[in-house]
Write a protein that binds this ligand. Structure first.
Ligand code: SAH
Length: 465
């Protein structure tokens, strides 16, 4: 190691930042996380810094920067924007005997700022000694995924309870007690937002002299939206649930890579439908989920997109409810959103479309017979799920119901994945173009009816006039 990581106490200590531009602002933001006294040594500062100085959060010191400016400082950042000046000031810092970071000049630095994962008071600092900043950022992203956003609050609570624990819980049991807090029910409850309940559990356990004996905990089921089928479009909360899960039931449309985010020893059960393989009827899926939860397992039901949109989530939730099992929904990016993003488009657009209809070409009864003209008014975007196979009938019905033949239609297959496919066409040629392009499932149709679309009058209407 050419550098050694340490956590510095900065409360009441002076940190000097030489420079008043964006780089200085960046370092200031970082230092504002601490309780340091921040001094900006610069004659002119950019507006963000000026505002902070006006509010008294930082102090601006005008006039020439000298060795005296740095003396006694806990840390010095040098970023004047002038290379010669930076070098001279690095010399001053050395003379003053302070630890200096010269922005973009690793050769002049005594110290580097790490990538931070901030769950104050839990802080993870990542450094690569300047060898591989991109790797540093990747590691940061992985750790961000691992640590739930509220973890710091739980650590702070533990800090406040430390003395009480020392008083009530015998030394030999303390490690197991904290293990339970951070690995057991309290952490789990806390990460799901039941913070008060977690705190109550911990306090009760302290009163009782130790954590409750292991009992067969009631299971818990998370219906998790996996997003459109690509690993980085699941939510952080979804990743968290995957990491907690004992067992995961997943679908055909879920990116297999996503399962790698789960614990190595978690069971993975495929419950999707594939051509040629006997498929899982919905009641069988409901049954195995309930059974796993009854065994006390933490269950994830991973569904493509958002669990609340054409995912049969309601049927699963109903059977959990009936079995008295606790459950929750973790939302996900639905196909309509992912596909629209792939088109660099917008589901709504001020003045053009101000309503979105999500519907399907396939319902429990089979082909969806719908009053399309009811859904598709000027100013509407219609997103059609599960509609590729029946696009011919949908097109015919829409035209028969008087919708304009020239409505723009966009078809996105495997949105957001590396082999995504986009077809742009018009209602009158929709089915033909879907066939010609050999559009594969999963694919979604987006039909836009802009407010001001010029629509040719149907011929008979013109004749009647
Ligand atoms: N719950 C899912 C929808 C499940 S229904 C969601 O919110 O997205 C399955 C249909 O979703 C498919 O027939 C297709 O229309 C659409 N779909 C799912 N993933 C898709 C993707 N990556 N690209 C395009 N369409 C997709």
């Amino acid at each position: 190691m050419k550098t050694f990581p340490m956590f510095l106490k900065l409360e009441g200590r002076r940190v000097v930042i030489a420079g008043g531009g964006e780089q200085a602002a960046q370092k200031t933001r970082l230092m504002l996380k601490t309780e340091a006294e921040i001094v900006i040594a610069a004659d002119t500062v950019e507006p963000e810094l000026a505002a902070l100085a006006a509010r008294g959060r930082i102090r601006q010191q005008k006039g020439p920067v000298t060795c005296g400016t740095f003396r006694g400082a806990a840390l010095v950042f040098i970023c004047t924007g002038d290379a010669l000046m930076d070098t001279a000031l690095a010399g001053c810092a050395k003379t003053a005997g302070v630890v200096a970071n010269v922005v973009d000049r690793p050769d002049l630095c005594d110290a580097f700022t790490p990538s931070l994962v901030d769950r104050d008071p839990v802080v993870v600092a990542i450094g690569t000694e300047g060898t591989a900043p991109v790797l540093g950022r990747q590691i940061k992203t992985r750790i961000e995924e691992m640590l739930e956003p509220r973890l710091g609050d739980l650590a702070a609570l533990a800090g406040r309870l430390r003395d009480l624990v020392a008083e009530r819980i015998p030394m030999k049991s303390r490690r197991a007690f904290w293990g339970w807090v951070f690995n057991g029910e309290p952490r789990l409850k806390h990460s799901r937002g039941a913070e008060r309940e977690a705190a109550r559990m911990i306090k009760e356990a302290i009163e009782a002299g130790g954590q409750p004996l292991e009992r067969n905990e009631a299971g818990f089921v998370s219906l998790v939206g996996a997003g459109p089928g690509i690993r980085d479009l699941i939510t952080l909360r979804g990743v968290q649930r995957l990491q907690e899960a004992d067992i995961i039931f997943y679908d055909r449309l879920v990116d297999p890579d996503l399962l790698e985010l789960a614990r190595r020893d978690a069971e993975r059960v495929y419950v999707g439908k594939e051509p040629g393989v006997p498929s899982w009827p919905q009641d069988r899926i409901n049954g195995v989920i309930v059974a796993a939860a009854r065994e006390g397992k933490r269950v994830v039901r991973l569904k493509s997109g958002d669990p609340g949109i054409f995912g049969r989530g309601a049927e699963e939730a109903e059977s959990l409810q009936a079995a008295g099992i606790e459950w929750e929904i973790v939302p996900g990016v639905t196909a309509a959103s992912a596909a629209t993003a792939s088109l660099d488009g917008f589901l709504t657009e001020r003045g053009v479309t101000d309503a979105v209809v999500l519907t399907t070409g396939h319902t429990r009864e089979g082909f969806a017979i719908q009053n399309w003209a009811n859904h598709l008014h000027p100013g509407t975007t219609l997103a059609l799920y599960m509609a590729i196979a029946s696009s011919g009938r949908i097109q015919a019905d829409m035209l028969a119901q008087g919708l304009p033949a020239s409505l723009p239609v966009e078809i996105v297959s495997r949105a957001a994945s590396p082999d995504q496919q986009i077809v742009r066409t018009r209602l009158e040629r929709m089915a033909q173009d879907i066939e010609a392009a050999e559009v594969r499932n999963p694919a979604i149709l987006l039909i836009r009816y802009p407010k001001d679309m010029a629509v040719e009058k149907p011929e008979n209407a013109a004749n009647a006039g």
